[in-house]
Design a protein around this ligand. Structure first.
Ligand code: SF4
Length: 340
């Protein structure tokens, strides 16, 4: 095995000689030398290995609200980093150059878990986040980074689609402190045809995190015009979140930009129907909603107003400028985003 390749635990041999990866529900069945859909897990001999351990596509120090997490260590900085590869194939992916890259093209930086934790502390961050691509495919590296962060008194955050099987899910999230789970839509048809996944596995993860762990949970939905922003779908999603997780789980609604294979133009704010769709969660009793401001043709638009739990009452999130938040939280000292 190469210097960035490690053995993994979640796989089994099939009767036809292939080896099945059991990390995520995609269940890739691999012959020797083949890679899974995520590209960073592959078969080597009779096992499945991770080929991106200790490598990164880049680092940045962000406000934790940019993840977005508005109720976890608010006003602190987070060391964000990612590797390469993803176990979904969303046509609208905002980070497609990372999520769908081949690691030799993107993973130009090498960093051990301990080095990442030390860098986070050196730059004044309170946490590290696995964020530019989903941490599920590089779970072993993410777990070791989380442990290294804890050794230095820092927290660990996953920004994830939550598309993971039950056993590895329990192991991975046992090492994490907070998660923002991207609930991409609330229809199996969208997950199957736009993302190449299954809605059921994601809602299982949401319920598991909220009811069976101490991981702080916030949920994000990217409203894609004409695909997942109908009143009926936003209603169904919100009713499920409120009914199964509770009205106080923060929900973020974000705006669409063209992605991996999606040639629809960027529209800010999205088409006329979207703002009304984004306001619908209030009708279902959701207590903690966050939207984003966007600038289009020189004017600033508010995609979604905010009604929030007491910890965030009155705040309006602006993911780019965070100007409102800075005024309301004068003690905030964000390290400016920078490359390490
Ligand atoms: S983690 Fe990767 S290799 Fe494993 S099943 Fe999912 S996509 Fe396939």
């Amino acid at each position: 095995m190469g210097p960035f390749t490690v053995a993994t635990r979640y796989w089994h041999e099939l009767a036809d000689g292939r080896v099945q990866c059991d990390l995520c529900p995609r269940a890739c069945k691999l012959r020797d030398g083949q890679r899974g859909l995520c590209f960073v897990r592959s078969r080597a001999g009779d096992q499945v290995v991770l080929t991106s351990y200790g490598r990164s596509s880049g680092f940045c120090v962000d406000p934790v609200e940019k993840k977005p997490l508005n109720h976890f260590l608010p006003g602190t900085g987070v060391l964000s980093f990612g590797t390469a590869g993803c176990n979904l194939a969303c046509r609208f992916c905002q980070n497609w150059d990372i999520s769908k890259s081949k690691e030799v093209e993107r993973l130009s930086e090498a960093a051990s878990p301990e080095a990442i934790a030390r860098a986070a502390r050196a730059f004044g961050a309170a946490s590290v986040a696995f964020t530019y691509n989903d941490p599920v495919p590089f779970m072993e590296f993410a777990v070791d980074c989380a442990d290294a962060a804890h050794e230095l008194g820092l927290r660990a955050i996953a920004v994830t689609a939550g598309y993971i099987c039950a056993e590895p899910r329990a192991e991975m999230f046992a090492h994490l402190d907070a998660a923002n789970v991207d609930l991409k839509a609330f229809s199996q048809d969208f997950y199957k045809h736009i993302c190449g996944g299954e809605l059921g596995a994601v809602v299982d993860t949401l319920e598991y995190l909220h009811h069976s762990t101490s991981v702080w949970l916030e949920v994000t939905n990217l409203l894609v015009p004409g695909s997942n922003d109908s009143d009926a779908e936003v209603d169904a999603m919100t009713a499920w979140v409120v009914g199964h997780l509770g009205p106080d789980v923060p929900m973020h609604f974000t705006g669409f930009s063209p992605g991996l294979q999606d040639d629809r133009p960027a529209v800010h704010p999205p088409r006329d129907a979207q703002p009304s769709a984004a306001h619908r969660p209030r009708q279902w009793g959701a207590l903690c909603l966050h939207g984003e401001r966007s600038r289009h043709r020189g004017r600033e638009h508010l995609l979604l107003g905010l009604r929030c739990t007491p910890g965030g009452a009155g705040l309006v999130q602006d993911r780019r400028l965070l100007s409102h938040r800075r005024r309301l939280l004068p003690v905030v000292r964000y390290p400016l985003p920078r490359r390490l």
